[in-house]
Design a protein around this ligand. Structure first.
Ligand code: SF4
Length: 339
């Protein structure tokens, strides 16, 4: 890892050095407090020279070099290996990778153990690793474990903050932020993805952040879902202009009812097309309409230069994790032309 300052600016609850995080609210307020985000109206925080240049092989990224790839969020019942096996059995045959999330309100098995379960069930796994609940030593342990069990890659995130009503009294660590975790992971030989939120303030600064994340060792950028493919296209073009050369995987919102749409709208920095949501929820068959909307959005995103894949994001259905997996599998199948 490059020698970098560990001194965050005063006032950032996540103690970010290379901020801002993706949770800045639409009005510029901090995700976790009432004051403005401390990184607003500040210059870009650059990753120090020399850049990390990983050449780490990844099945997903190798395939992305010649064909569009489909990454699917893995939503399962927490602490339930049988649920992991069932959902992986549905999604693994129709996708190029399964993305294991990290949710403040829904803890699950430790990342290394979770990844081992997915791999044993036949899945190719990308693990989201967040800085919220682990100090640096535990992050290093998990990265070593993820490398040992053979994950296809790790998505390095700072992590959304735990709200005051979620497990009150539980501390939030933030020894590192996502970009320093990315450098740590790259230095340990793991393929590294980083997130970015195209429509979170400060919008003008975020494309250049992607270039800095690449300098820290990122090999692919996974974008939060945005309000339209046009916004994603503009973001990717701006990131290219700022020097980012890595490929992008764009988020696709998968929902088929009101609760599964609401899940995707509750996080700062994430945006859905309100008109499309309305059309899906008022359709005679919202399930079919939701699947069709996701396929259409994915195809539009895959037409953007620089976007090599899509991430089927969200629960897909409020009817349980097995039904949600069936929804995402149907979207993936249509995208891969397997019907
Ligand atoms: S919005 Fe994020 S980066 Fe900005 S001050 Fe709050 S926690 Fe820090």
């Amino acid at each position: 890892m490059q020698p970098v300052s560990d001194v965050p600016p005063v006032g950032c609850p996540k103690r970010m050095v290379f901020g801002p995080c993706g949770g800045v609210r639409d009005d510029g307020r901090c995700e976790l407090d009432e004051h403005p985000c401390v990184f607003l109206d500040e210059p870009l925080v650059r990753w120090p020279d020399p850049p990390v240049q990983p050449m780490t092989p990844s099945t997903l990224l190798d395939r992305a070099a010649y064909a569009p790839v489909v990454l699917a969020d893995l939503s399962v019942t927490p602490f339930d290996p049988a649920s992991v096996r069932r959902v992986v059995g549905v999604l693994a045959p129709v996708s190029d990778g399964l993305l294991v999330g990290e949710h403040a309100n829904r803890p699950d098995f430790p990342p290394t153990m979770f990844a081992a379960e997915v791999i044993a069930a036949g899945g190719r796994v990308w693990t989201t690793l967040a800085c919220r609940d682990r100090n640096r030593v535990v992050l290093e342990q998990e990265l070593a474990g993820l490398a040992a069990v053979g994950v296809d890659g790790v998505l390095c995130v700072t992590g959304d903050g735990r709200g005051a009503s979620v497990r009150p009294g539980v501390t939030q660590v933030f020894d590192l932020d996502g970009i320093r975790l990315a450098a740590l992971a790259a230095g340990m030989g793991l393929p590294v993805a980083v997130p970015e939120a195209p429509e979170a303030p400060p919008v003008d600064l975020r494309p250049a952040r992607v270039a800095q994340k690449q300098r820290a060792g990122a090999q692919v950028c996974v974008l939060n879902h945005a309000s339209s493919p046009a916004r994603v296209a503009a973001f990717v073009a701006a990131a290219r202009a700022a020097g980012a050369t890595l490929p992008f995987v764009a988020g696709v919102a998968v929902y088929t009812d009101e609760p599964s749409a609401r899940v995707l709208q509750r996080f700062p920095g994430l945006h859905l097309d309100g008109a499309v949501v309305g059309q899906v929820l008022s359709a005679p068959d919202p399930r079919a309409a939701g699947i069709a909307a996701a396929v259409a959005e994915a195809r539009a995103l895959l037409a953007i230069p620089g976007v090599v894949g899509v991430n089927l994001s969200g629960t897909g259905s409020s009817g349980g994790v097995d039904d949600g997996a069936q929804v995402k599998a149907e979207v993936a199948t249509q995208l891969r032309g397997m019907t």
